[in-house]
Design a protein around this ligand. Sequence first.
Ligand code: PA5
Length: 398
Amino acid sequence: MLKCDFHTYVDSFIDKSRYEQLMSQKYQVIESFNKCDSIGWINVPDETLIQKIIDTATYIKKNFDCFVVIGIGGSFLGSYAFDKIFQNYFKSKDFEILYAGTTLSSKYLDELLEYLQDKNFVLNVISKSGTTMETTITYQLLKDLLKRKYGEDYKNHIIVTTDKEKGSLREEVRENGYISFEIPEDIGGRYSFITPAHLLPLALHYDLTNIIKGYNRGKRLLDEAYEYAVIRHLMFESSKVVENFCLYEENMAFFGEWLKQLFGETEGKNKLGILPMSTIHTRDLHSLGQFIQEGNKILFETFIKIEDSSHYIPYQKQSLHDVNNIVEDSVVKAHYSGGVPCIEFVLDEMNEENLSSFIYFFQLAAAFSGLLFHVNPFNQPGVEVYKNEVRNSLEEIL
Ligand code: PA5
């Protein structure tokens, strides 16, 4: 369950009549949203597809000892961020999943290739376009390893998740008969959490029922998502052009990365948008805390608090988790006193259902926010500029 506080530490920074004006545009914004052609993510996949994902996950766990996801941006962040939150800090507890394709680091890939030498692994290459450079290079290197290890049987070690019709990966599926999944035409990368791009890796560690249930529950948060978008917009209009997501669990660091992609790519167009950043507390209070408290007043903050923890560590008269939350409340007050507006989200506990619902909430809020800026929330022409430049430079080898 999600509680939102958009007012206690915000109202003194906003113009009430402008707030009311933007709030009164809700139905127009929702109408524009409903007319967008990239909102396939508002619906969960049908049962046949969910069952295919679950069956494939069962097959993978039975036949391989390691699953390697190759993807970048919206083709990896959702499942990666989700999984990080529920993994142990020190002992890996589940079937092994490795992620690649987010770096061209020779050290990383050299070590990965060496590590995989002795593993019976299966690749899941995930790319909607099928042309992303980092994914393509990593896929080629790992496919070569598969060919050296397994000869013609390498084809049984590749799973492709890509567009239904377009792209070289789809062509390869047609030629080689790999197991494959589709990323629907009407769902873009950063909104693709509820597609096989993320659900297949997640099905190796989690019961998809909880994820689907939570995602559907997120739909009830439409009013809150709209109000959050309005408050963010008012922050922008008051020259608070940076949003800092404050996270109180180290394992949420990649959730911060997911949020940055979601909001950054959705709004950062036409010289508009709020620059998203994230800090992990209390660690970063000892680095960026000074700037936030006393530096340039370009920021507002969005705190994500988890009310209860399943890990009980007594500390004096409290639990350690209570102490963490008391610290969080104090930081909100301190930063507010330093001229930083603070929005607060409180989840009663961190579980799969709650997180999935929170993901839907943020996607909806980001889309509304893009519409309030009058930009297309679902494209990323700026990312394409760099992709094309790289494509031209590397034409001969890719
Ligand atoms: O949100 C987006 O669409 C992008 O960030 C993409 O996810 C990212 O660039 C990867 O693209 P692709 O899935 O085509 O490899």
